[in-house]
Design a binder for this molecule. Structure first.
Ligand code: HEM
Length: 500
């Protein structure tokens, strides 16, 4: 095995000699550049790019090649100039052996299945009609969050707002996806959240085999069985809910995502025939993508607002000038609240939950004169792109006003014109054809929840509500999450449920 692997490596090195590859720091034998990566991927890549430049070529273990992209100018090359060439996702070790490992939408190769599902996502699952129809779910989940916060406020008790926000996004996503029960003894939303979290953790450990070269089976021996067991538990819940959907169904205007997918699945005339696993894998993608990320962004937003009372005050003034003092702010008010949108965008810029997105190059191409060989894995560090000093003034400061410079907030969607070039610089949802299809849903959930929390309460930091600042330490791991859940004291300003 060792002999075969080293021969393969030598052939690759010889082929690489003919190419003009991007800069690469000195590598160790076998490990390549693995030793340069710490527990927080986006931070390690950010550090490397400030030393070696915004386009880097790394070797992870004996065989994996990785192109690292870290500036707005380089991101524009990937997301815009060469969008089609970079529209694949990389394959990972053992995906064929994990349940629906190769059937997900997120990880799908750019091809017939991905194009079909993208259309279904944009026109049906996450389109304008479904967003409108699911508005009542978000309104109910926000109301039940406000009730719990009101109770803490009235008792002058601190609340774990971080945990509450995670619960809100999880409940809202599970109801939107499959009308699951979110309370009582069989709280399906909580069961699904725990299983999805565990299965993702184990799958990541199994995929680590990718950098172990000839020893890659080791990671599957260690974690493969556990990963399969956890995913099969999720599968069991889904099969039960699927059966309930087939037996009872929902009215046309109460359809959830599973109802829509079952119709697509059963349509013999559809352009692409989905399998049962395609449906379950897509719902898994939606749980993974839909819950944690919006919850994290809301925690960071509230933390920044507590730490910047002048911004909190300005936002509350905007809400009260638009909504008045007699009713709760609603999702339909958002277009009239530009400062709210700017606050949320500024949080997404500084704390993108998926700090690094991965792609794969489908064909040999060139970036700024450098060769990028076919099948190279690409890591675009969204964190670095959105702190690129070439396009963002004082990039590390929380300044929502920067999004108000253009006449509308929508004006700064994801590009800025600098020296006659349109640069893709605001990318919390990625960009191009593989960009996030859930951004409108995420904006609606985040904007309306933050507006309600700001309108109804004032906030004091810390476990006893007497600390000067919220601790902004970042946790380790793949996502950009807070190290400590946001615990704070709510002070009631307005009770929307009290009769006038
Ligand atoms: C704050 C919330 C969210 C953030 C920051 C976020 C961010 C991202 C990013 C960075 C990507 C990769 C894009 C790329 O490679 O260019 C992505 C992909 C994706 N996201 Fe989101 N997302 C969020 C919420 C959601 C929600 C609510 C859903 C669905 C309910 C969703 C579904 C997806 C899917 C299915 C993909 C894969 C798209 C593809 O490969 O074609 N996301 N998201």
């Amino acid at each position: 095995l060792l002999l075969r692997s080293s021969l393969k490596k030598r052939n690759k090195q010889v082929a690489d000699l003919d190419l003009h590859l991007p800069p690469s720091p000195a590598a160790l034998p076998v490990l390549g550049h693995l030793h340069l990566l710490g527990r927080s991927l986006y931070q390690s890549l950010d550090k490397l790019s400030s030393k070696y430049g915004p386009l880097l070529y790394l070797r992870l273990g004996p065989s994996r090649r990785l192109l690292v992209v870290s500036s707005a100018s380089m991101a524009t090359e990937v997301f815009k100039t060469n969008d089609l060439a970079f529209s694949d996702r990389p394959s990972f070790a053992f995906e064929e052996e994990l349940p629906y490992g190769s059937e997900g939408f997120f990880s799908a190769k750019y091809g017939e299945y991905w194009r079909f599902m993208k259309k279904v996502c944009m026109t049906q699952l996450l389109g304008a009609k479904q967003l409108e129809q699911s508005r009542s779910i978000r309104r109910e989940e926000i109301a039940s969050l406000l009730c719990r916060v009101l109770e803490s406020g009235q008792k002058k008790e601190v609340i774990d707002l971080g945990a509450e926000l995670m619960k809100l996004t999880n409940n809202a996503t599970c109801r939107l996806a499959m009308s699951t029960r979110v309370s009582g003894e069989t709280n399906e939303a909580e069961q699904i959240r725990d299983l999805v979290k565990e299965s993702l953790k184990l799958a990541t450990k199994v995929c680590f085999g990718d950098v172990l070269g000839p020893f890659k089976r080791l990671s599957f021996w260690l974690y493969g069985k556990q990963a399969i067991d956890v995913t099969m538990k999720y599968d069991g819940i889904l099969e039960r809910i699927w059966k309930e959907h087939e037996e009872t169904g929902h009215k046309e205007n109460e359809q959830d995502l599973m109802d829509i997918l079952l119709k697509v699945y059963k349509n013999d005339k559809a352009e692409f025939q989905m399998t049962r696993n395609h449906v379950k894998a897509l719902l898994l993608d939606i749980f993974v993508a839909g819950t944690g990320s919006s919850g994290e962004v809301m925690q960071w937003t509230m933390s920044e607002l507590i730490n910047n009372p002048h911004i909190l005050k300005k936002l509350r003034e905007e809400i009260s000038s638009v909504v008045g003092t007699g009713r709760l702010v609603d999702e339909s008010d958002i277009p009239n609240l530009p400062y709210l949108q700017a606050v949320v965008k500024e949080t997404l810029r500084l704390y993108p939950p998926l700090a690094v997105t991965t792609r794969e190059c489908r064909e040999h191409c060139k970036i700024k004169g450098y060769d990028i060989p076919q099948n190279t894995m690409v890591a675009i560090n969204l964190y670095s792109v959105m702190r690129d000093p070439e396009v963002w003034d004082n990039p590390n400061e929380f300044r929502p006003e920067r999004f108000l410079v253009s006449s509308t907030v929508e004006g700064h969607d994801n590009e800025t014109t600098i020296k006659g070039r349109n640069l893709v610089d605001f990318v919390p949802f990625g960009a191009g054809r593989r960009g996030c299809p859930g951004s409108a849903l995420a904006y609606n959930t985040i904007n309306s929840t933050i507006a309600s929390l700001v309108q109804c309460f004032d906030w004091k930091a810390g476990a006893s509500g007497d600390e000067a600042k919220v601790n902004m330490e970042v946790g380790v791991g793949l996502s950009l999450a807070k190290a400590h859940s946001l615990v704070c004291l709510p002070v009631v300003l307005f009770n929307p449920f009290r009769a006038p």
